[in-house]
Design a protein around this ligand. Sequence first.
Ligand code: C5P
Length: 229
Amino acid sequence: MSFKNKIFCALDFSELEQTIQFTNKIKNHIGGIKIGLEFFCKNGPAGVERLKEFELPIFLDLKLHDIPNTVTKAFRNLMSLSPAYLTVHLNGGKRMIEGLIEYKKKTKLIGVSMLTSLDQNDLKKSGILCDEMSYVEKLVKIGASSGIDGVVSSPKEVKLLRKKFKKLIIITPGIRLPDDDKNDQKRTETPGKAIKNGSSLLIIGRTITKSINPISSIEKIIQNIENAI
Ligand code: C5P
C-alpha cells in the first residue's frame, strides 16, 4: 500500500461546489475523502452521492449517538449511500453498537472513542476521573466486544491500542506537520509518528484544506511518513 492511500482528506466545507472543486484538485494524491457534519448538514445524502462520482472511498463521519432504536434507524437510512466507513460514538454503549452489525453490509463500522479536541481536564469536568488512555481503552473494549471494525482515536493513544487490539482498523485525526497550527486540536501528532505507532488511516483536514498549496502539503505529509519509518 502506498502512503497516499493512508491519507483521507477531511472535506470540512459547507458548499457543494467548493467541495467538488477542492476534491478535483487533490483527488489523485489522496486515498479517500472524509465527509463530516458540516458538509452533510448542508448537502445531505444527495451531496454525498455527488462526491461518490470521484470513486474514492468515502469516510462518512456523522458520529451517530442516540438511543439504540434511533441510531439503528438512522444507520439503516445511511446504508443506502454505502460509504466505505461510517462512524458512531462508542459512548453510545454496547446495545447501540450491536444493533447496527446486521445492517452494515460492506461498510466498515467505526467507533469514535474520545474526541481529539478534549483532554484530561475535560474528562474531569464531566466527572470522569480516569486518565485519557484508560478511558479510550475502556471505550474501545466496548466497541471491540460489540463487533465494530475499527476505532477513531488520537494519535497519542494509537501505540497502546495497536498492541492490545491487533486486528482493529485504527483511524487517527489530530494530525499535524511539525510547523502546523494545532487549531482546536489538543492531542496531536505528526503523520509519520502516527503511522509508525500503528495507525491504519490518517484523517487530515486543515493541513491540506487551508494550505496555499494543498498538493505540496500532501507531499510533505508523505515525506514525513517516509522519514519516520
Ligand atoms: O482540520 P483537522 O485536521 O483538525 O480535521 C480533523 C478532522 O477529523 C475533522 O473533520 C474532525 O471532525 C475529525 N475528527 C476529529 N477527532 C475525532 C474524530 C474526528 O478531529 N475524534
